[in-house]
Design a protein around this ligand. Sequence first.
Ligand SMILES: Nc1nc2c(ncn2[C@@H]2O[C@H](COP(=O)(O)OP(=O)(O)OP(=O)(O)O)[C@@H](O)[C@H]2O)c(=O)[nH]1
Ligand SMILES: [Mg+2]
Length: 381
Amino acid sequence: MNNTPEVSVVLPCLNEAMTVGHCVEQALKALAASGLRGEVIVSDNGSGDGSPELALKAGARVVHELRRGYGSAYQCGIIAARAPIIVMADADNTYDLREIPRLVAKLCEGYDMVLGSRLGGVILPGAMPWLHRYVGNPILTGLLNRLFQLQLQDAHTGLRAFTRAGYDRLELRTTGMEFASEMIVSAGQQRLKVAEVPITYHPRAGESKLKTWRDGWRHLRYLMLRSPTHLFLIPGVALVLLGWLPLVALAAGPLVIGRFFFDFHYMIAGSAIALLGLQTLTLGVHGKAYLVANNLEHPDRLMAWLQENFTLERGLLSGLALLLIGLGFGLRIFIVWAQHGYENLFELRTGLVALTLAVSGTQVIVAALFLSLLRIQTRND
Ligand SMILES: Nc1nc2c(ncn2[C@@H]2O[C@H](COP(=O)(O)OP(=O)(O)OP(=O)(O)O)[C@@H](O)[C@H]2O)c(=O)[nH]1
Ligand SMILES: [Mg+2]
């Protein structure tokens, strides 16, 4: 008889003595009732309340992870799972584990991952604080959808089913609660087929391990860092354009628009903004290259285009060209000054354009070198 489980249910557990035994039993019963060979793995993190013993008694396999954190616990538990289908859920009675077979059935329709949607299902009174229900979860899910072109109702649900093969493609590595975000972001990047099914969320027994502000920030921080396009590239391009606007518009002389008089002060600010923008923009390119090099992102159109066209040599040459144009303007100032007997130098406008071009050129040279360094890593990988 084949004893290999078809479904592994992984429950992370940190001091859930009140509920973990019930969760294990409920999961095992639900699997048996729908004719699925299953196992339950409880991933403990040094609970001091006897949770591991209770889990064991209820029929679970218990694994112990030394590194603290929700993500660490899952990584350890999922490594120990033996089935080709894995279900993750909390050990706190908030998810009705009798819903597991529904998620598995949906997965078997050909998906790589199925999420139990609380926001698209039922949230029982007292199950979710209003700050999470109406602020945290919708904002973080909305942001995630926007940044990574997804259309999910509830990205932070803890009840999920996925295939082992799909999971292995994600190469997840975060240790805290942001693991839940990482899984979704990576699933999007790896083009996993994801579906949602409505579920019911129940009030928790025992103390919550979720710290609203600490964990909310960990999610937000993670989402931002995985999207250099929004964090760096778009603001960088906007700043470069904003900075060059006064540099170009006022290069020939002051402008009067209505009651307003615009002079070189705006060019000084413009120069600083343009340089800051270019720096931010190049950080964005480097950030994207880093994600590609570490298999956290597939090269998009921009990165493919840069890979094709922005070789180190071309980067160095374009940077050098900008630097030389800047120096050329500088030389012109010097010549004009010399022609006037080195007196009364006031070439601020040209000077600012020259300075901005020369520094931008240098920055492009340095950025091209650094991008190449990141690409060496890509090739080695
Ligand atoms: N092993 C381990 N388990 C953890 C850790 N942090 C949380 N858990 C477990 O992960 C599950 C989710 O944590 P919860 O505190 O329920 O967080 P939540 O579901 O987002 O918040 P609530 O809605 O308040 O339940 C629970 O089963 C916890 O026991 C940890 O550091 N280590
Ligand atoms: Mg919970």
